[in-house]
Design a protein around this ligand. Structure first.
Ligand code: GLN
Length: 549
């Protein structure tokens, strides 16, 4: 049976609870324990699949096709594990299960209530992953902030579990903010005191308090927090702002957060933390040898969280290539044929991001054309791949109104269209092509070179596909469909051979990139951008030399 660590948050949101939870899990894993991590979210949506990225950031998709909170992406990137449907539970899903049971008559005439029925279902789900002996420790991050009305049933479930299970099997880590008041030149502990008090009022007392802070906590401050919040001094952990999230596990190691938790859980068998690969990655990340500039073209570019996994994949791929990847946001709505060269000036690569709907589409197509014609490394993901297909159809094959039926239902050349089985679906939630699908790669292609393999699996989240009625036409015109699903024949990868790097994929490679296993396509793309940048610099310096001579 697993032991349980719950991570709650106080004072304010956006303190980085997901990163602290993932860092603690990483340290425990690095000490040889079998660890997994899950997130419980207090909102009523059954899953975040129907949430606008503006509301909630990226929707992360697991191998088994669950549409989940973006924190699961952090868990996978830190721990190098696959999470699943079970690792993300919302209030909506809890209620859905309980209401379905009620409709089936399972409660035998009882009044169905928050306590015990909702809390029982929460507890059941909290322990679901830990039951089969696969893990020593299950970390559970509770979304929301202590004091929110909607988090109460979750906190109550934790209280009950603390009461039901042996004392050494459950613990609570509470993350708070210790603000620094510049005018007074002082760190303030009051918000932490209030937050712990509020948590204690619900019957849950934290075992550890992790304090987010911009200034180091001195011993007096630590003692004060410990005294007023009723924890040991070494249970007050300083979490200073870090230059990168990947540094946080090492900061937590220095603060001995993992050791404190192991002691509380009475776990005696563990080793020294194996973090060699992690440290090597961090070194490369912090001391890059060169820089490449990548243009990210999308609809939500001003919103960092909307492309979380893509941005993190760039960090992983940059480190391995020993370059800093500077991502420049390009709003596709403002790109025209006249200004495209100026808008994309100085870039070493262009990534056209996933997305939905009509807005900014024409600008994306113009940008793809520019990258194709100018030999600028191009990488299209999902919608980005579809744009590359449309661009090639229009400008090379001469299908002037080539389009996706998502944007133009009446186009005479639906080069991207919906699969028959998708057309029947009326409901929005969980109905796209979701999760991992295998893909066969053509030998000798760019994709083959990049993956070093001819069989891969990658994750999906889309409704539209390349229309195979046009397959011959495209291949005759020089586009190589280098990856296909063997069962369905659906095109997964497109590429152009006479180009330094031009590749589009129907799936989402960014969802599988981790610190220890960077996504091959990102590694290849950044490698191509690096080469492009070097050639450009060499050209400029030889031109300069000629001018001076
Ligand atoms: N809107 C496109 C589709 O549904 C692409 C989706 C995506 O980029 N994730 O097929």
């Amino acid at each position: 049976m697993a032991k349980y660590i719950f991570v709650t948050g106080g004072v304010t949101s956006s303190l980085g609870k997901g990163i602290i939870a993932a860092s603690l899990a990483k340290l425990l894993q690095a000490r040889g324990l079998r660890v997994t991590i899950q997130k419980f979210d207090p909102y009523i949506n059954v899953d975040p699949g129907t949430l606008n990225p503006y509301e909630h950031g990226e929707c992360f998709v697991t191998e088994d096709g669950a549409e989940t909170d973006l924190d699961l992406g952090h868990y996978e990137r830190f721990l190098n594990i696959h999470t699943s449907q079970k690792n993300n539970v919302t209030t909506g899903r809890i209620y859905q299960t309980v209401i379905n049971k009620e409709r089936a008559g399972d409660f035998l005439g009882k009044t169905v209530q928050v306590v015990p029925h909702i809390t029982d279902e929460i507890k059941r789900r909290m322990q679901l992953i830990g039951k089969d002996g696969q893990y020593d420790i299950v970390l559970t991050e509770l979304g929301g902030t202590v004091g929110d009305i909607e988090s109460l049933p979750f906190i109550e479930a934790v209280r009950q579990l603390q009461w039901e299970l042996p004392e050494e099997d459950v613990m609570v880590v509470h993350l708070t903010l210790v603000p620094y008041l510049r005018a007074a030149k002082e760190l303030k502990t009051k918000p932490t005191q209030h937050s712990v008090k509020m948590l204690s009022e619900t019957g849950v007392h934290p075992d550890v308090i992790v304090c987010r802070t911009e200034e180091p906590l001195n011993n007096d401050i630590k003692r004060k927090i410990a005294l007023f919040c009723n924890v040991k001094v070494d249970a007050v952990i300083e979490a200073m702002d870090a230059s990168t999230i990947y540094e946080v596990p090492l900061l937590m190691l220095r603060e001995k957060l993992d050791l404190y938790c192991l002691k509380k859980l009475n776990i005696k068998e563990f080793g020294e933390p194996h973090l060699d690969k992690w440290k090597l990655f961090l070194d490369k990340l912090k001391y890059p040898k060169a820089k490449v500039t990548i243009g990210l073209i999308g609809k939500y570019v001003e919103l960092q969280d909307a492309y979380k996994s893509i941005l993190e994949s760039f960090i992983h791929a940059g480190a391995i290539n020993e370059v800093k990847v500077q991502v420049v946001n390009v709003h596709s709505e403002f790109i025209t044929k006249e200004n495209v060269a100026e808008k994309l000036e100085g870039l070493d690569g262009l990534l056209v991001a996933p997305g939905f709907g009509l807005r900014g589409i024409e600008g994306k197509i113009i940008a793809v054309q520019y990258a194709r014609e100018q030999g600028l490394p191009f990488f299209g993901i999902c919608l980005g791949m579809q744009m590359a297909v449309i661009e090639y159809g229009r400008n090379v094959l001469g299908l002037t109104d080539a389009h996706s039926t998502e944007m133009d239902a009446n186009t005479s050349h639906a080069v991207i269209n919906m699969m028959e089985e998708q057309k029947k679906i009326k409901m929005m939630g969980g109905t796209m092509r979701l999760g991992a699908y295998p893909c066969d790669i053509v030998e000798g292609s760019l994709a083959h070179k990049v993956y070093g393999d001819v069989q891969i699996t990658e994750r999906h989240r889309h409704r539209y596909e390349f229309n195979n009625d046009y397959l011959d036409m495209y291949e005759k015109a020089g586009m190589v469909m280098s990856g296909k699903n063997a069962d369905t024949g659906l095109v997964e990868i497109i590429e152009l051979p006479n180009h330094p790097f031009f590749i589009g994929v129907q799936y989402h490679p960014e969802l599988k990139s981790t610190v220890e296993r960077p996504a091959p396509l990102f590694v290849g793309f950044i490698g191509a951008a690096k080469k492009y940048n070097e050639t450009k610099s060499a050209l400029i310096s030889s031109l300069l030399q000629r001018e001076m001579a």
